[in-house]
Design a protein around this ligand. Structure first.
Ligand SMILES: [Zn+2]
Length: 324
């Protein structure tokens, strides 16, 4: 299978270069019906205007850490109000970034071409080629090899947003403007992209992320915690995240921090394939989440002061703090 790769107006036609490569990922099998359009930079800026795609510049991390640390070290009584305040401050750090890829759930109106079918992924090979040239200079690999790796990584990243969109009935896209949703959504897209790359392509991916905003660098601590099972790990996170969005209830994975012993969880859960799947994830990633979650979160959670939505907000803050 070669997937639906259509060049609309890009000056670089990578057909034959990336053919067969970007389809080699777990996410492709779920979204192979979603077309990937190649567009030039001007068209990309119409589809994904820079003012849409804001990010936190890496050089702002120190200032951001101070704000996050002061919250993490002394969480007060009104967690809701404090979280709102922290996320308002984070918003002030945001700057605009140009897009080299984007997933769009519905059209038309973004692009003047009636043959375009939505939902769709758009990628700008010119921008990816530009990054490839820089990375080629830094790593000594030839530009075309780097370009192939980064094309695959960009398409897989956008495919992950498409997968989450499918599984969450579009809730992930509708809630994307919420700070913590954006941070977790980008973590999953980046981790899935990394997971599906060869060792050599991961070198290029890692280099590229150093020129991207902070939320595109939260995947790094996860690679150590996934202990080599990157593909399974990224699938489980994407699946649970999407299902959480749609069900809007506490998924068992977050029970890993609850005081209930796992056996009680097992007995209290209705036995269906979905729950069984989630339980296997809970047991598999207990240590994984345990290491990500600070003890004070467990305290707040046990004290009934932290529901799942607040927990996810705190998790998003921790991800930013540990990124880079
Ligand atoms: Zn993304």
């Amino acid at each position: 299978m070669t997937g639906l790769l259509v060049n609309i107006n890009s000056s670089i036609n990578p057909e034959g270069i990336v053919k067969g490569e970007y389809t080699d990922s777990w996410v492709y099998s779920y979204v192979h019906d979603i077309p990937v359009y190649l567009v030039d930079p001007d068209t990309m800026d119409k589809i994904c205007p820079p003012e849409w795609s804001s990010g936190i510049p890496l050089e702002k991390k120190k200032g951001l850490d101070e704000i996050i640390d002061s919250f993490l070290n002394a969480p007060g009584e009104d967690i809701d109000e404090e979280l709102d305040r922290v996320f308002r401050r984070i918003k002030e750090f945001r700057r605009t970034f140009v897009c080299d890829g984007v997933f769009i759930d519905q059209g038309p109106g973004y692009i003047d071409d009636h043959s375009v079918k939505y939902p769709a992924v758009f990628v700008t090979p010119e921008r990816i080629h530009e990054s490839s040239t820089k990375i080629s200079r830094d790593t000594g690999y030839d530009v075309e090899t780097v370009f192939r790796g980064l094309m695959k990584s960009a398409i897989t990243h956008e495919y992950t947003h498409a997968f989450n969109w499918k599984l969450s009935n579009g809730v992930n896209t509708r809630r994307y403007s919420e700070e913590h949703v954006k941070i977790i959504e980008e973590l999953i897209a980046q981790l899935t992209s990394y997971s599906n790359l060869s060792v050599m392509y991961r070198v290029f991916f890692t280099k590229k992320s150093t020129s991207q905003p902070l939320e595109y660098n939260t995947w790094k601590p996860f690679t150590a915690l996934c202990r080599g099972f990157y593909s399974q790990c990224s699938y489980d996170l994407a699946y649970l995240w999407s299902k959480y969005m749609i069900r809007n209830k506490k998924p068992p994975i977050f029970e890993a921090i609850s005081p209930l012993p796992p056996i009680l969880l097992l007995l209290s859960a209705p036995i269906d394939p979905f729950i069984l799947h989630e339980l296997s994830v809970v047991f598999g990633y207990h240590r994984f989440f345990h290491r990500v979650i600070e003890p004070f979160i467990v305290r707040l959670y046990r004290g009934g002061r932290l529901d799942v939505e607040k927990y996810l907000k705190v998790l998003a803050l921790l991800l930013l703090e540990r990124a880079g």
